[in-house]
Structures are given as C-alpha cells and as structure tokens.
Ligand binder design. Structure first.
Ligand code: USQ
Length: 382
C-alpha cells in the first residue's frame, strides 16, 4: 500500500511510519512540527530530544534499510496538501495531524482557537484531497474515547440502536466530551459521517484511550528512533507521567478522588490497531468505528500499579491526591465495548508489572534529563 501519515512527527505518527515501512509498504509522512512548537512555547519538551523528521528517516533507513519519505508542511493548507496528495496518491491516509492535548486546548482563547482551527481544518482539507484526487482512498482517523465522555450507560462501539415511539434507527452513540480538544474530535466524527453518507468516503474512526509506552520493534533499534516521550502536564498522558514521577521521587499526582476510569492501551497495540484497520479497510460509504483500548483502570489503580513496580526496583513511590484541575467525574460508571479490533485480529499487550518495570528502567537511565518543573499541572479548566 501507499500510506500517507499526516502528523508523522508525533508520539504515534513516527512509530506508525516505521511500522508500515518495515512491513514493506510505501510510506510518506507529513508534519508541520506544531507539537514541537507548542512544547517549546509551554516548556513541555519530551524526555528525550528527538531528531527532526528528515534526520530520523535517514537514520532509520541506514539502520533498518526501509525508506520513509518526508514532507514538512501544514496539512490544513489545501495548496500544500493537494500537491503532496495528488503526487503520492495514497491508498490509505492515516490522520494523526491534530493538536492532541486536552489541557493545552483549555489554557485560554488563543490555545482553544488554535486547537479548533487546526483540527477541523486538517480533517476538512484531507476529506477534500481524497474527494478530488483519490476517492477510493481509505482514511484511518484517530478519534478518542473521550468523545463519549463518561455516560451512566454502557458505551457502544461508535453506534447505538434507538427505538423511539415504536420506530427504530441506528445513530452515532451520543457524544459529550470533557475538553475542547476532545470536542474537536466529536466535530471531526460528525464531519466525516456527513462526507461518508453523502459522498461515499470510506473511513475508520478509532476511538482511542490514553496510550502509554515507548518501546516498539523499530524504535528499539536505536534510542534516536524512540517516540516523543512526554511527562509534562500538557502532552504527557497519565501512565507516562506517573512513571517519570516515580523515578523523580515526586508523589504520583492523582487528580481528585482518582476514581476516573478510562480505557488504556500500550503503544505497541496502537500500532497493531492502526495496521489492522489499514490492511482490512472500511467499505465504500462506511464509517467504521472501533473503541481502541485493551484494559480499563481507575487513576487510583494506575497509581497503585506504578508504585508496586517502582517499589520492586527500590524506588520509594508515594501517591498524593491533588486538587483536580479538570472538570470531570471522579467516581462514575464506565463500561465501554471494545471487541471490534479483537475480532479483526488484535492481540493485546496487557499492562503487566514487567511492562511497567521495563519502562521505569528506561526512564531511570535518563533520570538526569527529567525537569521537575514540567510535572505539576499548570492548566485549570476555568
Ligand atoms: N490524570 C491524573 N493525574 C495526572 C494526569 C491525568 O489523575 O497527572 C487523570 C485525568 O484527570 C484523567 C485521566 O487521568 O481523568 C486521563 O488523563 P490523560 O491526561 O492521560 O488523558 P487525556 O487528557 O484524556 O488525553 C489523552 C491524550 C489524548 C487522547 C486521550 C484519550 O492526550 O490525545 O485523546 O488520552 S481519552 O482520555 O480516552 O479521551
């Protein structure tokens, strides 16, 4: 397949690019370094400094022998995107090119507008690039479990059958996100559904939970190929943050009561899910939705697991509940279906002590790079 990865510099984009290239696909990545720019301006740089995309691609080719084409530019700019798209003519486009931080999107007007503009405009530009140049191209779009929020009923896999006054219809499962970032993903889904049912696009929308990890088959070849591992309050997801806090000797920052439940997955499983979705594509005129996570945990359960793994390595890990900077339920019902990707062939990598210990060891090796000023939460949902 010819695979175009939009957002190829990201935590997920770069390992995805190596994964597809290593399995024999023709890969092109696009990125405008938005995440790097935001990270610099908010003092949220990743633990390890990643080489730029051209350097990473050259390094990967010299080590693994697989080629990744790089284009630096803004996917929201139709002139740039259409030129790239019409020359590469991808069979699959993987859409990661969004501002991915909920806290950043809640920081103020400028950050909210940037998130809104970027995320919606990229999705819109990609839809039109497909319509104009390669209508049978399959879009694999990264959505989020956060689109659903935490309703007091079971969360279905994207769709729900409703019976109302004796008549039945299938609708998108109700969405009620808890940050502006998550809301842009709800709007993306609606936009995609319009273009799918009206213009016949084929789309897989992956409702992903928080990801953890830094090890993948390709990234393990050389430290300079590792994904951007963030532990700050802007880009760091909770498990990665807790691991760094455990190593830095800072009590794990449980927000509020810690009963917040989410579906989590290992980075390796994100790669599997995206690969399965791409190689077993949605049909024409189909918006296929999968809930992409492998295990559900509360924040308290995560803190307990990380402290157990840390203590086994001789770290003295404390846990502390701090005032929740977000507006979210801290104790709630949560039961989300997630069988679709398993039926497609996903073999989950569970969050074992061994997995957490392996990650802790890598963080310990880079302990001197931890900047503790990046850890405490700086953004409040006003
Ligand atoms: N949390 C803490 N302490 C921390 C950090 C987070 O208790 O130090 C809590 C949060 O309040 C939340 C849960 O942990 O209840 C998850 O937070 P997170 O920061 O790991 O995840 P979130 O902001 O929801 O966003 C992340 C990714 C986002 C993706 C989303 C999937 O950054 O791109 O869409 O996970 S989901 O959460 O399922 O919507």
């Amino acid at each position: 397949m010819r695979v175009l990865i939009c957002g190829g510099d990201g935590y997920l984009g770069w390992p995805t690019a190596m994964d597809f290239a290593a399995t024999g696909h023709e890969v092109m990545v696009i990125d405008n370094y938005l995440r790097r720019t935001i990270a610099r301006s908010t003092r949220s740089e990743a633990l390890l400094e990643a080489p730029n995309l051209d350097d990473r691609a050259e390094l990967f080719q010299s080590i693994a022998g697989h080629r990744i084409e790089v284009r630096i530019g803004d996917c929201a700019d139709p002139t740039f995107l259409n030129a790239v798209f019409s020359s590469f003519l991808p069979d699959t486009v993987i859409h990661y090119a969004e501002q991915p931080s909920a806290p950043y999107s809640m920081r103020g007007f400028h950050e909210a507008r940037l998130t809104f503009d970027n995320n919606l405009r990229v999705t819109f530009a990609l839809i039109w690039a497909i319509l104009q140049f390669k209508p049978d191209c399959h879009m694999v779009k990264l959505g989020t479990m956060g689109e659903y929020g935490t309703p007091n009923i079971d969360i279905e896999e994207g769709w729900i059958d409703i019976e109302h006054k004796g008549r039945k219809e299938k609708f998108l499962f109700p969405r009620q996100a808890g940050s502006l970032y998550h809301t842009t993903k709800v709007l993306d889904t609606d936009l995609l559904w319009f273009y799918v049912r009206t213009y016949g696009l084929r789309v897989t929308d992956l409702m992903q939970g928080p990801v953890y990890g830094l090890s993948t088959d390709q990234a393990d070849l050389d430290d300079r190929l590792l994904p951007n591992f963030h532990y700050d309050d802007i880009f760091g997801t909770v498990v990665n943050r807790f691991l760094v806090q455990a190593v830095a000797g800072i009590p794990l920052t449980v927000y509020g009561k810690g009963g917040q439940t989410r579906g989590y997955l290992n980075l390796r499983d994100t790669l599997q899910c995206v690969y399965l979705a791409a190689t077993k594509p949605a049909k024409e005129r189909e918006l296929r939705i999968f809930n992409q996570f492998t295990e559900q945990f509360t924040v308290n359960q995560l803190a307990e697991r990380v402290s157990r793994a840390g203590n086994s390595l001789g770290l003295d890990v404390a846990v502390q509940s701090i005032a929740n900077p977000r507006k979210e339920l801290e104790d709630h019902y949560y039961n989300a279906q997630h069988s679709g990707l398993v039926e497609l062939g996903l073999k989950p990598h569970p969050m074992t002590d061994e997995v957490l210990i392996g990650m802790l060891e890598r963080v310990i090796a880079n302990k001197s790079r931890i900047d503790t000023k990046k850890i405490m939460q700086r953004v409040r949902w006003a």
